[in-house]
Design a binder for this molecule. Structure first.
Ligand code: KG4
Ligand code: ZN
Length: 358
């Protein structure tokens, strides 16, 4: 079985062809540079850039795969959640190909792409516990099967990646912020500033990063005379120390909430063996190391996609499309792209508002 997948839900235009024997036959990816000067993704610019590049990305993916489009069994695209202008570009391209080639179309939830991506690189059986940390999402879920999710917790404000990006912006480090913060944090003192851990005692698996971000802003304000952080002058070492403290505190919040979730998971899904982290923030090695230690302390195996598949890419969409197609799901050609699309929308609501009391 061979599936072509297209990703275009944020600022990466990606395409990949994967097989059910977990081979990546070909892939192509273009990360948009246009947003760097704005310190965040500009939806209109993103949509136009996807439109401009999607055909060449699909073409170069097919060339690298050394197969023709006729040899593909199904065509998948990220159909949400995400920036709707971009989502429409990928969805329309996949639908047009499906129609022209008379092949099935598979609408993929972008989050399911992140959720299933680790299974292409590792043998991970359902159910598994997933920490999904990206620029737009921060959730703890039980992945029960393809299309079957139980959400145990979510952020009530910023996503983890969003917090990395906003802190980086305040420090003038550019976009995306995660990689730069990780790099600078390596030379910083993570104990220099004490930062808050919002919601840590909330008794559920929900997260919050907004207060943490504000606390960083307050520290940066002490380096100004007028309170405007754009005028702050920080010595290099202080920037590194702030990055280290922020990364350590954000990681600690994730680790502590995931620990609650692990206890719930072990009780309710005793057959489960894996803790998986995915999404752009999962490229962070400091976070990965702490999550590995946590999982192993609780007798579970830790797994994550290879770092280059943590941020948005075509492989995760092609793979999730393949898993869905193999499980018998296809989508009608009039499937409407969805700016919002919770992974667990068909699941019975878990106990407690917004999450499980783990
Ligand atoms: O999954 P992704 O590519 O896009 C969304 O679906 O949102 O994630 C992008 C996010 C950005 O916020 C970026 O700053 C963050 O992932 N990120 C990182 C690292 N690399 C990317 N965050 C922390 N450490 C990193 N090394
Ligand atoms: Zn993503």
């Amino acid at each position: 079985m061979i599936v072509l997948g297209i990703e275009s839900s944020c600022d990466d235009t990606g395409a990949a062809v994967v097989t059910d024997s977990k081979e990546i036959l070909g892939e192509a990816l273009q990360s948009q540079e246009e947003h760097k000067q704005y310190g965040g993704v500009v939806p209109e610019i993103a949509a136009r850039a996807h439109l401009e590049h999607v055909d060449e990305i699909v073409n170069s993916c097919m060339q690298r795969a050394h197969i023709s489009l006729n040899e593909v069994d199904a065509i998948a695209a990220s159909c949400g959640p995400g920036l709707i202008g971009g989502v429409v570009v990928g969805a329309m391209t996949a639908k047009a190909l499906a129609l022209a080639l008379n092949k099935p179309f598979v609408a993929v939830n972008h989050l399911e792409g992140h959720a299933l991506c680790a299974r292409i690189a590792h043998s991970i059986e359902f159910p598994y516990l997933l920490l999904l940390v990206s620029g737009g999402h921060c959730q703890i879920l039980v992945v029960k099967n393809v299309g079957e999710y139980q959400r145990l917790g979510t952020t009530i404000d910023d996503a983890a990646g969003e917090a990395f990006d906003k802190v980086a912006k305040m420090l003038g480090l550019g976009y995306p912020g995660g990689p730069m913060i990780e790099k600078l944090a390596a030379t910083g003192d993570e104990n220099r500033f004490t930062l808050p851990r919002p919601l840590i005692g909330s008794g559920d698996c929900n997260l919050s990063f907004s207060g943490l971000k504000t606390a960083v802003r307050k520290i940066i304000e002490t380096y100004t005379t007028d309170g405007d952080i754009d005028h702050a002058i920080l010595p290099k070492q202080d920037v590194a120390d702030i990055c280290a403290c922020f990364q350590m505190t954000a990681t600690d919040c994730l680790v502590r909430k995931l620990e609650r979730a692990i206890k719930y998971f072990k009780q309710n899904y005793p057959e489960g063996q894996h803790v998986v982290v995915s999404g752009g923030v999962a490229s962070n090695t400091y976070l990965r190391n702490h999550l590995r230690e946590l999982a192993e302390n609780h007798g579970l195996e830790f797994a994550a996609p290879p770092i280059r598949f943590c941020t948005d890419n075509g492989v995760m969409v092609a793979w999730a499309g393949l898993e869905r197609y193999r499980a018998g799901y296809t989508s009608p050609l009039d499937f409407k792209p969805r700016p919002r699309w919770p992974l667990d929308e068909n699941a019975p609501k878990a106990a407690g508002a917004g999450g499980v009391k783990a």
